[in-house]
Design a protein around this ligand. Structure first.
Ligand code: SAM
Length: 290
């Protein structure tokens, strides 16, 4: 087990199948065993658990997941990788390989069928071109989740972890932190992949909350407010919200909501904590619903 992580073994398999990398699928295969161990350790997988792997590539990480978990489902979009996966994973009875686009896969149904609807763990070296839709898709469709341990672009990991008043803080930070506690497990340089990506990477473990850290009257309204606040970063919160079509309040009413929470009218959205966005949401909700 685990030989594929060696660069020469990966090259051998790719050559045997005359595989050509598809840039459009974000194919950068992991070839560093230290990083692999960090991912497996961060995910803290036990023999009782079901794991969803997104984008198994040639199965390098899948082999490690099969060794540690009860069962693994690996969803891969590139049909040219499927025969390779059937060979590299042939000695594991606890895996099924699905040739599909993860963004079109019903993951709730998968969790229902493979894990009796109990929370699942997701582990992946993600295709970077769809990192945000994958992660937000998992959270927003309320897939039962314990954790999501993923390799992402370093800059995206920093944005997920960022707090108020920092340059990286934004809608992604708030969305991720509403659903999970982000912990960066490793920074990963380009030479750990074949081929090398142009950007630095990081492994981030999103430990999902059992209950969100704040309660709001209308979750969708909160995310509309957050998006509106960061849409025009340079503007004040009042102007950001005033220019947003989904928030049909007059400028004075928006100002009232903000000052009623003890914040100045000149405040920018990037200064608000998740708790303050939740309070603002309830204040706006009350105005909208009389
Ligand atoms: N897990 C492998 C590794 O670590 O070596 C490969 C990781 S590579 C960064 C991303 C993988 O995701 C590729 O195998 C790619 O074909 C696959 N992929 C890209 N878009 C996908 C999608 N929409 N659904 C499922 N898999 C996808």
């Amino acid at each position: 087990m685990g030989e594929l992580i060696q660069p020469q073994k990966t090259a051998e398999v790719l050559q045997k199948y005359k595989f050509t990398f598809q840039k459009k699928y974000g194919q950068n295969f992991l070839i560093d065993s230290h990083v692999m161990h960090k991912i497996i350790t961060a995910a803290a997988i036990t023999k009782e658990e079901f794991i969803l792997e997104i984008g198994p590539g040639i199965g390098t990480m899948t082999q490690f997941l099969c060794e540690h978990a009860r069962f693994v489902t690996a969803v891969e979009i590139d049909q040219n990788l499927i025969p390779i996966l059937h060979e590299t994973l042939s000695c594991y009875p606890n895996v099924n390989i699905v040739n599909a686009d993860i963004l079109k896969t019903d993951i709730r149904k998968l969790a229902e069928e493979k894990n009796n609807g109990q929370p699942i763990k997701v582990v992946a070296n993600l295709p970077y071109y769809i990192t945000t839709p994958i992660i937000m898709g998992l959270f927003e469709s309320h897939v039962p989740l314990t954790s999501v341990t993923v390799m992402v672009q370093k800059e995206v990991a920093d944005r997920m972890k960022a707090g108020p008043g920092t340059k990286d803080y934004g809608a992604l930070s708030l969305a991720v932190q509403y659903y999970a506690n982000p912990v960066i497990a490793a920074n990963v340089p380009p030479n750990c992949f074949m081929p090398r990506p142009k950007v630095g990477s990081a492994v981030i473990c999103l430990e999902c909350h059992k209950e969100p850290p704040v309660q709001v009257k209308d979750e969708k309204l909160m995310f509309d407010l957050i998006r509106a606040s960061f849409n025009q970063r340079r503007k004040t919160l009042v102007n950001g919200l005033n220019n947003f079509p989904n928030i049909p309040l007059a400028k004075e009413q928006i100002q009232d909501c903000i000052t009623s929470l003890g914040m100045p009218c000149s405040i920018r959205g990037e200064m608000l904590t998740l708790e303050q966005f939740a309070l603002l949401t309830d204040a706006v909700f009350d105005r909208l619903h009389g």
